[in-house]
Design a binder for this molecule. Structure first.
Ligand code: NDP
Length: 441
C-alpha cells in the first residue's frame, strides 16, 4: 500500500540543504557519546550488581578490578552470549511480525518538507498486550524461575541490543545515500561520524515499515516492562514465591508498566514529537531506543532484586501520590497540546496566533511553563527511584540523567521554535517565562 499522501499546496524547494550547525558539540561530541552510551550501560551494571560486589562495589577495589578486567580475555568474551543474542533476535522478530499481522488503523503524520504525509500503522498497544499475554501465561504455567533469564543473562542481552543498534545505524546511514531520500535538516553535515550518530535520513523505511517510529515504541519500550517482570520473577524465586515479593519492586513494576502502556495506548501522539518530525534516525536514537531504555531505565527493579526494600503502607501511599501527581501533569499537559494541535480546545484555553498561522497556547499548563509535560515526567522519574530507598545514589542516576536530557531537549526545542516563529516566539517567552518548572525554572 502507499504510505504517503501529498498536499499539493506545499512548496517544494531545495529539500536537503547542508546542515550548517552542530549539536552535541559536533563530531567530537558525537564520537564520545557513541562510545559513552554503551560504556555507561555496562558501567551501570558492573557498578551496581551483586556479581561485582554491591551498588557500588567497595570503592578501593574498583581501579584494580577495572584494569584487571580490561586486560583479561575472558572478561571480553563474557560480554557475548549467543543464547541471549538469539532470544533477543527472536524478540525483535516477534515485534516486526506483530506489527505486520496485528490489525491497526493507518494514520497520517505531520506534513513533511516534501508536502507529503507519511502513514503509520497503529498497533503498538496491541503488540504490548499480546506480548504481556504470552509472557504472563508462560510465567503462570512454568513458574517464576522460567522467566529469570533476563536477569541471569543481563550483559548478554545488553550486547545483543547494542549490536542491533549498530547494525541499524549503519544500514540507515548507507541507505540514506539513495536518490530521493528526505534527509533530516540537522543530519546532513557531510561529516560521517556526526551524521551517522545524529541520523542522516528523516524517516528511513523498508516499504511501509517505518524504522524510526517502530523502534521508538516497540522493541525497547515493551522489553523494558519484560525486563522488570523478569526482576520480579527473580525476587520471587529467591524469596519463595510471589506472595513474598516486596512491595517496592511491585510499585516500580506498576509505575513503569503504566507509563509504557500509556505511551503505547496514545501511539498517535508520538507523530508530533521532535524525534519523529525533526530528528533523523541514527545511532543516537537506535541505541537510546534499543539499549538505553530497556537496560538503564530498569536499574531500580534490578537493584531491588539483590537489595529488597519493604516500604510499608504509608511510604507506598506517599510514593503513589507523588507518581500520580507527576502523571496527572504529564498527561493533562500533553492532552491539552494534542487536542489543540488537532483543532480542539475543550477547556477554552487562551492562545495567540503567530504570523505563520500556527497558534500557541498561553493558558492552562502551557501558560505555566514552556514545557510543563517535562515537569510531570521528571516528577514521575523521581517517584520511580524512591522505592529503592536511600542506601545508594546510583538508583537515582535515572532522575539526574533525565533532568539533563530534558533541560537540553527544552533548549533544543526553544531554538527550533525560535526559528519557526521568530518574533512571535519572543512574545510567547515573555508571556510564559518559565522553561520547565512553573515559578522555579
Ligand atoms: P513536546 O511534546 O513537548 O512538543 C514540543 C512542541 O510543542 C514544540 O516544538 C511546538 O511545536 C509545540 N508547542 C510548544 N509550545 C506550545 C504551545 N504553547 N502551544 C501549542 N504548541 C506548543 O515535545 P517532545 O517531543 O520533547 O516531548 C513529548 C513527550 O515525550 C513529553 O511528554 C516528554 O516528557 C516525553 N519524553 C520522554 C522521554 C523519555 O525518555 N521517557 C524522552 C523525551 C521526551 P509546534 O508549534 O510545531 O506544534
Amino acid at each position: 500500500m502507499s504510505t504517503t499522501t501529498k498536499d499539493e499546496s506545499e512548496p517544494v524547494a531545495d529539500l536537503n540543504p547542508r546542515s550548517m550547525t552542530y549539536e552535541f558539540l559536533g563530531p567530537p561530541g558525537a564520537f564520545l557519546i557513541s562510545f559513552g552510551v554503551p560504556f555507561m550501560t555496562y558501567l551501570l551494571y558492573f557498578g551496581c550488581s551483586e556479581e561485582s560486589g554491591g551498588c557500588p562495589p567497595p570503592l578501593q577495589s574498583i581501579p584494580d578490578r577495572f584494569v584487571e578486567a580490561l586486560s583479561d580475555k575472558t572478561f571480553w568474551a563474557s560480554l557475548w552470549d549467543t543464547e541471549a543474542s538469539l532470544i533477543y533476535l527472536g524478540w525483535y522478530a516477534f515485534c516486526v511480525v506483530a506489527w505486520a499481522v496485528l490489525p491497526g488503523d493507518w494514520v497520517e503524520g505531520v506534513t513533511m518538507r516534501t508536502g507529503e504525509k507519511k502513514k503509520y500503522k497503529i498497533n503498538a498497544f496491541s503488540t504490548f498486550l499480546f506480548a504481556m499475554g504470552i509472557s504472563c501465561g508462560y510465567i503462570v504455567r512454568n513458574g517464576p524461575e522460567s522467566f529469570t533469564f533476563l536477569y541471569q543473562k543481563w550483559i548478554g542481552f545488553v550486547t545483543a541490543s547494542l549490536v542491533m543498534s549498530l547494525v541499524q545505524a549503519f544500514y540507515v546511514y548507507a541507505s540514506s545515500y539513495r536518490t530521493g531520500a528526505l534527509l533530516a535538516l540537522g543530519g546532513n553535515s557531510g561529516n560521517f561520524i556526526y551524521d551517522w550518530y545524529i541520523g542522516r535520513e528523516l524517516n528511513p523505511s523498508i516499504g511501509s515499515f517505518d524504522i524510526k517510529s517502530f523502534n521508538e515504541l516497540r522493541p525497547g519500550l515493551i522489553l523494558w516492562v519484560l525486563v522488570n517482570m523478569s526482576m520480579v520473577c527473580e525476587q520471587a524465586v529467591r524469596r519463595g514465591g510471589f506472595a513474598n515479593v516486596t512491595d517496592s519492586i511491585w510499585v516500580v513494576l506498576a509505575f513503569q508498566t503504566w507509563y509504557v502502556a500509556d505511551g503505547l495506548y496514545n501511539e498517535p501522539a508520538i507523530f508530533t514529537t521532535m524525534d519523529i518530525t525533526t530528528d533523523g534516525f541514527g545511532f543516537m536514537l537506535a541505541v537510546g531506543d534499543l539499549t538505553w531504555v530497556p537496560f538503564v531505565y530498569s536499574l531500580q527493579a534490578r537493584y531491588l532484586v539483590f537489595k529488597p526494600v519493604e516500604l510499608g503502607l504509608l511510604r507506598t501511599a506517599g510514593i503513589l501520590a507523588f507518581n500520580l501527581l507527576g502523571y496527572y501533569i504529564f498527561r493533562d499537559a500533553n492532552g491539552e497540546k494534542n487536542d489543540f494541535r488537532n483543532g480542539r480546545n475543550p477547556k477554552n484555553l487562551k492562545y495567540f496566533t503567530t504570523s505563520t498561522g500556527s497558534k500557541l497556547l498561553t493558558s492552562g499548563w502551557w501558560g505555566r511553563s514552556r514545557h510543563p509535560n517535562y515537569f510531570g515526567d521528571l516528577l514521575m522519574a523521581f517517584a520511580w527511584s524512591l522505592p529503592t530507598g536511600f542506601d545508594t545514589p546510583i538508583t537515582y542516576f535515572y532522575v539526574v540523567y533525565f533532568a539533563v536530557l530534558l533541560i537540553h531537549r527544552q533548549r533544543r526545542d526553544d531554538e527550533n521554535c525560535e526559528k519557526k516563529y521568530g518574533e512571535d516566539w519572543e512574545t510567547y517567552k515573555k508571556l510564559v517565562p518559565y522553561r520547565i518548572i512553573p515559578y522555579v525554572y
